[in-house]
Design a protein around this ligand. Structure first.
Ligand SMILES: [Zn+2]
Length: 189
């Protein structure tokens, strides 16, 4: 299982400070709900866009429950589950300000994300209900802004949607995929 972990540093800082090593386990195992049973089990790595050229390789902390033997990983909230472009850039793109360099660099992916949001919106509306009712029909950008306004920002929105409903703003949340193609296990140092 992957949980989203609120974190108030940006991805560049997370990498520069090897912050993954300081991520603490949840107090309770999300599978069996026992307390203090999670032990560190290394990391997996994934790519994330950066402000500037190239990409960041971020390490995501994993833990193993010594009771139920299931694992949990903690994705920092600046990243969107299973999407390359970081939340800050997605927000900038949809804020509609003059396009910044990182938005222009990832315009293809960002427009894909936007298409996904538009397709997914009816399901989102059914799930979160009241929050989006004030959006006029077919005004997707208004719906996006209302959604983020309810939760604060894209990081909190995603965290709340995943925790409460097992969805993200862009689709159903594939809770955990232990060794998928974009993930690689690394040994803890
Ligand atoms: Zn457990």
């Amino acid at each position: 299982m992957q949980l989203i972990c609120a974190i108030d540093i940006d991805p560049e800082q997370y990498v520069a400070e090897s912050f993954h090593k300081r991520m603490l386990p949840p107090a309770r195992c999300p599978h069996c709900y026992r307390a203090k049973t999670l032990w560190a089990l290394g990391y997996y790595s994934r790519n994330l866009s950066r402000i500037g050229l190239g990409a960041l390789l971020i390490f995501v902390r994993r833990f193993l429950c010594r009771c139920c033997r299931k694992t949990v990983s903690l994705l920092p909230s600046f990243a969107q589950p299973y999407r390359f472009v970081q939340n800050r850039t997605i927000e900038n793109y949809l804020r509609g300000n003059p396009l910044s360099d990182e938005v222009i660099r990832h315009l293809d992916l960002l427009s894909q994300y936007w298409r996904r949001f538009r397709i997914w919106l009816p399901e989102l509306e059914r799930t979160v209900g009241d929050a989006l009712e004030r959006a006029p029909p077919n005004d997707h950008i208004k719906a996006w802004r209302l959604l983020l306004a309810v939760h604060g920002d894209l990081a909190s929105t995603t965290q709340n949607l995943v925790t409460g409903f097992q969805i993200t703003p862009f689709g159903r949340y594939r809770c955990h995929r232990p060794n998928g193609p974009e993930e690689k296990m690394v040994r803890k140092r």
